[in-house]
Design a protein around this ligand. Structure first.
Ligand code: FNR
Length: 366
């Protein structure tokens, strides 16, 4: 039997990852003091994924400044206390044999919302109830917020430069916190996506309107982040490769943005989609893999793809046929933190090559 492609190592700059089954960023909404400091939940949650054998774990969307949080319960990287707390977590993941990246983001006009836990309303938190003023490319609130009467502050030129600086400073803190790689969150309708999508960016200055202007902020953020991290550290960018709307952002646009990302030192494009506006999305197993493969070929860059890739056979098919370089297993990893071990078994990887931790190795005995 040929060795499964899912378990071939991959090297990005100075980082070699042992396999191509990765965990995508997943917000845990578990910071309670509104101070962005990760705690024991993140430690055990991310640690358990390391024990499970994932080749790379991308920690949750972490805000580069307080107003960039999606909710008051988000993690951040805008101060030293957060660096120290993340350091405890990266040390633990490394001690458990894992590699960990962090996703740095800014929620833009989708900020100041409640956590979407069972029993919690999914809605905007008004400033009167501890929320804060959301910001965006324009004052347009986008789907949802207008029903709640919330306003959005259109960022000024100086404020946009401030966002770029905040991304760079957070990336530098991520290095201090011991992360192995950084991912820029430019997907799912958050600030950077709000800037590149024609649906949300109707600015008339250098930061909006035409195609090149709409790409300016994500590219400047990527350039600044690259400049803030070591040469040997990989930089990933997550993109919504399509808005799934005729009047929106298209896969061909993603190819061009990804080329520009590559030009400023992005090493891998993490392909997701949607999230900026209501759209009909053809959801199903591997539904984002087609567009991801188009970006991979068009921009000649390694990609990861995500989206209901929960069966090892599908993951192996996508990697072995070169549609993607890695898969991200999201909800599948929440259901089974040992997903890579199951995949190794189902795909016929010999036990002694599977990502078992020695302490768990007796689990191989059947
Ligand atoms: C997510 N997702 C997500 N995406 C992202 O870029 N940053 C984030 O912080 C989060 N947060 C988040 C939390 C939770 C609980 C879920 C389930 C999802 C999206 C996630 O990374 C992934 O793209 C989707 O879940 C699709 O993959 P699966 O779940 O179908 O494998």
């Amino acid at each position: 039997m040929t060795r499964p492609a899912l378990f071939e190592p991959i090297t990005l700059r100075g980082l070699t990852l042992p396999n191509r089954a990765w965990v995508p960023p997943m917000c845990q909404y578990s910071v309670d003091a509104q101070d962005g400091v990760p705690g024991q939940w993140q430690l055990i949650h991310l640690g358990s994924l390391a024990i499970g054998g994932f080749g790379l774990i991308v920690a949750e969307a972490t805000a580069v400044n307080p107003e960039g949080r999606i909710s008051p319960f988000d993690t951040g990287l805008w101060n030293g206390r957060q660096v120290d707390a993340w350091r405890t977590i990266t040390d633990a993941v490394h001690a458990l044999g894992g590699k960990i990246a962090i996703q740095l983001g800014h929620a833009g006009r989708k900020a100041s919302t409640n956590r979407w836990w069972p029993g919690h309303a999914t809605r905007v938190i008004p400033e009167s109830e501890g929320g804060w003023q959301a910001v965006g490319p324009t004052a347009e609130p986008g789907d949802g917020k207008e029903f709640l009467g919330e306003t959005v502050h259109a960022l000024s030129d100086a404020e946009i430069h401030g966002v770029v600086d905040d991304f760079a400073a957070a990336a530098s803190r991520a290095v201090d916190a011991g992360f192995d790689a950084v991912e820029i969150h430019s997907a799912h309708g958050y600030l950077l996506h709000q800037f590149y999508s024609p649906i949300s960016n109707t600015r008339t200055d250098d930061w909006g309107g035409g195609f090149d202007n709409r790409l300016r902020l994500p590219v400047e953020v990527a350039r600044a982040v690259r400049g803030a991290i070591p040469d040997g550290m990989p930089l990933l960018a997550r993109l919504s490769v399509t808005d799934w709307r005729d009047d929106g952002w298209q896969v061909d646009d993603s190819v061009e943005l990804t080329r520009r990302f590559k030009g400023v030192g992005v090493d891998l494009l993490d392909a997701s989609s949607g999230g900026n506006s209501s759209a009909r999305i053809p959801i199903g197993p591997g539904y984002q893999a087609g567009p991801a493969a188009q970006v991979r070929e068009g921009a000649d860059i390694p990609v990861s793809t995500v989206g209901m890739i929960w069966e090892p056979a599908l993951a192996e098919h996508l990697v072995s046929t070169h549609r993607t370089d890695a898969v991200m297993v999201g909800r599948g990893a929440l259901r089974d933190t040992n997903w890579p071990l199951r995949a190794a078994h189902e795909l016929g990887l010999p036990n002694d090559e599977a990502p078992w931790q020695p302490q768990r190795a007796r689990g191989m005995w059947r």
